[in-house]
Design a protein around this ligand. Structure first.
Ligand code: SF4
Length: 200
């Protein structure tokens, strides 16, 4: 299983297959992997110790960044992810840690878990993916239904109290181009940075 891999000078951590969305544009729907040459689909959920061992074998302190990103949604394994962050702070001090997330963590755990991120992440990138709930539901097919989009917006607000940099993203091509400025406005209202990702 590929639990850690290098891409563009960063160490990517592949913690889980689990996800609470089923996005139309998701690489999982079309391919085994994206940045790794090996398939990223995990034959089973790895233990956190296995993930740490795979990362340690790659010497995390030599990377410009450590990134929790897929193959599923990392916050589905929130407590294991936070445990790994603490280890990375010890073995790779000064290396920034980023999370790429769908922003569902508070829905998954039924409470505001954003204070747990304090001191463990430098950047959180949240996939907003739409400018309103209807479009979000059509693009992402979230497990939590109509509650999801408002909860993602709330997560974006809440996480900013605990992480220095928060970036809101949309994928070009997954929504009408006319919606992109609406998403940018929404990100501005939420006081977050905004980035358009290219569909791969
Ligand atoms: S949230 Fe991310 S991992 Fe989950 S289905 Fe959407 S693109 Fe795929």
């Amino acid at each position: 299983m590929v639990l850690a891999y290098e891409y563009s000078g960063a160490l990517y951590i592949n913690l889980t297959n689990l996800c609470t969305n089923k996005c139309a544009f998701c690489i999982r729907e079309h391919d085994d992997g994206i940045y790794s040459e090996e398939p990223l689909w995990l034959e089973r959920e790895p233990t956190r110790e296995e993930v740490l061992a795979a990362a340690e074998a790659m010497t995390p302190k030599r990377f410009r960044e450590i990134v929790f990103c897929g193959y599923g949604e990392p916050t589905c394994r929130l407590h294991d992810m936070l445990w790994l962050c603490r280890r990375f702070r010890e073995i790779a001090p000064g290396v920034p840690i980023r999370l790429n997330t769908n922003g569902h963590a508070n829905l998954i755990f039924g409470e505001d878990v954003t204070p747990l991120f304090e001191g463990l992440f430098d950047v959180v990138s949240v996939s907003m993916n739409a400018a309103d709930s209807d479009r979000y539901n059509r693009v992402c097919h979230p497990r939590f239904g109509d509650d999801t989009f408002p909860a993602v917006l709330k997560f974006i607000r809440d996480i900013q109290r605990h992480v220095p940099e928060v970036i809101v993203t949309v994928v070009r091509g997954s929504i009408p181009d006319a919606d992109i400025p609406r998403c940018a406005d929404l990100a501005k209202e939420l006081n977050a940075k905004f980035r358009v990702r290219e569909y791969i």
